[in-house]
Design a protein around this ligand. Structure first.
Ligand code: PSV
Ligand code: MN
Ligand code: MN
Length: 432
């Protein structure tokens, strides 16, 4: 029996107050959709299958490079982070797994952490390595790079850390390793552009060789930051080349914030999917750069267009097409639990809206070059408010009709604030 962090009776009580209104909205939407030939029940059942992993590092308040303002009741260690992740899943029923970051959230007892996760009804998605920071007492520095460092000892240390992450992940039941490095240069001439990538590939082979057969290695590209002149894995082209070179277990991970403004990310998704190298996502939103804002808070249409490409690939490639979905956000001014719940719902919304696109009509308009109707076909799905479907999916899966209101009414944060007195540096990084 899954342990509930919030009393199930409280959730039920909150749902009871909204059930009749939800049913009315659901019936009205169902009527409208049926006139379009869309079965609302099929969509709701599909929504219930959706899952996006929650980042362990997102459970604490993040910060900027200027300051971090800790929130009350912040989780102080990975076990408390897991408790908060369980709240998110209990209320949204859309976040069944947690993506851990090492060494930020390295458990002292991995078996015990897995047991705790089992008890809370959670699994572990990809584990994330961290070679963008030096840890106290480490024998070689990452100041001038990790997997690409000109210093052999730094490269070896970084490779070994990734192998240790795989070992830890095996104990936890993970099936993937996400590798993001901050390696790059701040000055033209600082590094040999080709030589740095050669060293990256050489190091990455050492990690790839340690991957179990049923694991994936996700290569995460990022245009800039912390390196401001060039990043070694700056774009999807480099990521793709590396993944191709390493082999079938290596795939590309698309973090939405890791591109120049106005980049056509949905096209990157389509390209990677076409060539079998789309491994997964770090969902977030941004206005300027790697802002790590809540998913769907700035450009929900972009999120929808990405899911439209995913729906297209799903239709073409079937069950074999199965990229990992993870959130990667930093919460500076909101309660992380509320932000992560809202984001999970926004990603799920894009998934459902994209499922509603009339793909036959769209293909017809594309074939006949009816540009306006093709664009309208997408807009029709995007403009449809599928909130009642999402709420009904949650209700039927045992979650909350209104996750944020239920969470606030339950007083979870106030209760944990008593048990969790403030502790400096509780949330992992300040700068992400
Ligand atoms: C880097 O900006 C990144 O997106 C990577 O995924 C990291 O692992 C994460 O942020 C947390 O710093
Ligand atoms: Mn990321
Ligand atoms: Mn990032």
């Amino acid at each position: 029996m899954t342990k509930q962090m919030i009393d199930a009776a409280q959730v039920e009580q909150h749902n009871a107050k909204q059930r009749a209104e939800l049913q009315a909205d659901y019936d009205a939407l169902g009527g409208m959709l049926s006139r379009r030939g869309v079965d609302i029940e099929a969509l709701t059942a599909k929504a219930q299958t959706f899952g996006v992993a929650v980042p362990s590092w997102g459970a604490g308040t993040g910060g900027t490079r200027f300051a971090r303002f800790p929130g009350k009741g912040e989780p102080r260690d990975v076990t408390e982070k897991l408790e908060d992740c369980a709240v998110i899943n209990q209320l949204t029923r859309a976040t069944p797994a947690v993506s851990l970051h090492f060494p930020w959230d390295k458990p002292s007892d991995p078996k015990a952490l897995r047991e705790q996760a089992d008890e809370l009804g959670l699994g572990f998605d990809a584990v994330n390595s961290n070679t963008f920071q030096d840890q106290a007492g480490q024998p070689a520095t990452y100041k001038f790079g990790s997997l690409t460092s000109t210093n052999k000892a730094s490269r070896e240390l970084a490779v070994q850390h990734n192998i240790d992450c795989i070992e830890l992940g095996k104990t936890l039941g993970s099936k993937g390793l996400t590798v993001w490095v901050g390696d790059g240069a701040n000055f033209p001439g600082q590094s040999n552009l080709r030589g740095a990538l050669e060293r990256y590939i050489d190091s990455a082979k050492g990690i790839y060789d340690a991957l179990p057969d049923d694991w994936q290695m996700y290569i995460e590209h990022k245009l800039f930051e912390p390196a401001f002149y060039c990043s070694v894995i700056a774009d999807w082209g480099t990521s793709f080349a590396v993944a191709q070179t390493l082999g079938p277990k290596a795939k590309c991970l698309v973090d939405l914030g890791h591109h120049a403004p106005n980049t056509n990310i949905e096209m990157i998704v389509a390209r990677l999917a076409q060539f079998g190298k789309l491994g997964g996502f770090h969902f977030n939103d941004s206005k300027y750069g790697d802002d790590d804002l809540d998913s769907g808070s700035i450009d929900p249409f972009q999120l929808f267009l990405i899911f439209n490409e995913l729906a297209d690939s799903q239709a073409r490639d079937g069950a074999g097409f199965n990229p990992s979905y993870m959130l990667d956000q930093s919460h500076n001014v909101t309660d992380p639990i509320e932000s992560l719940m809202s984001s999970a719902v926004e990603v799920q919304r894009a998934f459902v809206q994209a499922s509603m696109v009339d793909r036959v009509a769209l293909a017809g308009f594309q074939e006949s070059n009816d540009v306006l109707q093709a664009a309208q076909t997408l807009k029709k799905a995007f403009r449809t408010d599928v909130s009642p479907i999402l709420a009904m999916a949650r209700l039927r899966s045992g979650g909350a009709i209104d996750p944020v209101a239920t969470y606030r009414a339950a007083g979870y944060r106030e209760q944990v604030a008593i048990k969790r007195p403030p502790k400096a540096g509780a949330s992992g990084s300040g700068i992400v």
